[in-house]
Write a protein that binds this ligand. Structure first.
Ligand code: MRU
Length: 360
């Protein structure tokens, strides 16, 4: 296995010659930075399900590279045979995690390219799929940077910023979404003081956000999830920035479990609560957050994972949703790559998508 520091390694990458997906195995961070190579549908599915690659944009990029790699191995006599197998593989990858809409968004983009190129030779069709997957990744870096610029306009030098889970470089191609204003502020000497929630039960805040920000030289303080009220009451936080897995048309936002608690606490203490959302994460087909599918995960993640020994009685009932939905009225603004959207969100998002169309 290749080993590299995560700051120089790509979160998600592809070996175009060997046709292999390369990811940092995030379940091993921060102790070990290990790059792993994946080539079968099952390997890719498991890497997404087991959170070896995670975070909405990174999942989308991994799925795009993944379906391209699988498509390159399809053996079929004609387009119909090829497309049939492509669709089966697409559906399989799409079943790995239900909440982050970037997964189906990226796979649908790849399917569209497949259909548009149906008359072309197999070689040309695969080239078009390869190009689309690379574009999805390239666009993500630009999107994150633009979100960072808009996010930075909402804060000032010396501010205290709280974030939940990991919406950082490890969740995207570069910059991250919620961390993009932090990284850009760092480059420009803003001197932010960042507070990272540890993010039970899978500790993305402790293992990933604290790790990547600390490695980048950002002033970051790790807190347990139940300490956000205290740091806000102390007046240490000027803004909350979080990422998202899916935003409904009315602005309701699904993000890592515990996000809605942070939003409620922020409201209590008058701290602005910003959701950083690439437009790929805004799902205008859903009226409200009630329609967002919420992933439920194994009880062991709560009862024994990360502990030396089991910390809950055998047989106790466990509820382990991976995400919660923050009601739109708790969200100060949604920061996209085409500007900052404020309530009423449906109209604001329509304007954002108009700008996106004008730019494409
Ligand atoms: O379960 P995870 O680690 O994939 O959850 C990730 C999050 O909730 C992130 O905040 C979200 O995907 C945005 S990443 C830019």
């Amino acid at each position: 296995m290749d080993k590299e520091n995560h700051l120089t390694a790509e979160t998600v990458d592809i070996d175009l010659t060997a046709k292999e997906l390369i990811i940092i195995d995030q379940t091993r961070l921060p102790g070990e930075t290990r790059l792993i190579r994946l080539k079968t549908a099952q390997e890719i599915w498991e890497a997404i399900y087991l959170l070896k690659v995670r975070g909405a944009p990174a999942i989308g990029i991994a799925a795009a590279f993944g379906i391209y790699i699988l498509a390159a191995r399809i053996e079929a006599e004609d387009f119909e045979g090829f497309y049939q197998q492509f669709k089966e593989k697409k559906e399989y990858l799409n079943s790995s995690r239900p909440t982050a809409v970037n997964l189906s968004w990226a796979l649908n983009r790849m399917e569209q390219v497949c259909l548009t190129n149906r008359e072309k030779s197999r070689r040309e069709l695969l080239k078009a799929l390869e190009q689309e997957a690379l574009t999805i990744k390239e666009e993500d870096t630009q999107v994150c940077k633009r979100i960072g610029e808009y996010g930075l306009s909402l804060v000032k030098p010396g501010d205290g910023i709280l974030t939940h889970c990991n919406a950082g470089q490890l969740a995207a191609s570069k910059y991250g979404t919620a961390t993009a204003p932090i990284y850009l502020g760092q480059e420009r000497g803003y001197g932010f003081r960042v507070f990272a929630d540890e993010t039970r039960p899978l500790l993305q805040g402790a293992r990933l956000t604290a790790y990547e920000l600390h490695s980048a030289g950002v002033d970051v303080t790790l807190i347990c999830d139940n300490m956000s009220a205290m740091v806000m009451k102390n007046g240490w936080i000027n803004a909350v920035f979080v990422g998202c897995d899916r935003v409904a048309a009315n602005g309701d936002t699904a993000n890592k479990i515990g996000t809605s608690v942070v939003a409620a606490v922020a409201r209590q203490y008058g701290v602005p609560f910003y959701v950083c959302a690439p437009t790929s994460t805004i799902d205008m087909s859903l009226e409200s957050g009630i329609q967002i599918p919420i992933e439920e995960r194994k009880a062991e993640e709560v009862t024994e994972m990360w502990y030396k020994e089991r910390m809950a009685p055998e047989g106790v009932k466990v509820f382990n949703p991976a995400f919660d939905v923050t009601d739109n009225d708790l969200i100060t603004a949604v920061v996209t790559e085409y500007g900052v959207a404020r309530a009423p969100y449906r109209e604001a998002f329509e304007e954002i998508f108009r700008r996106k169309k004008l730019n494409s």
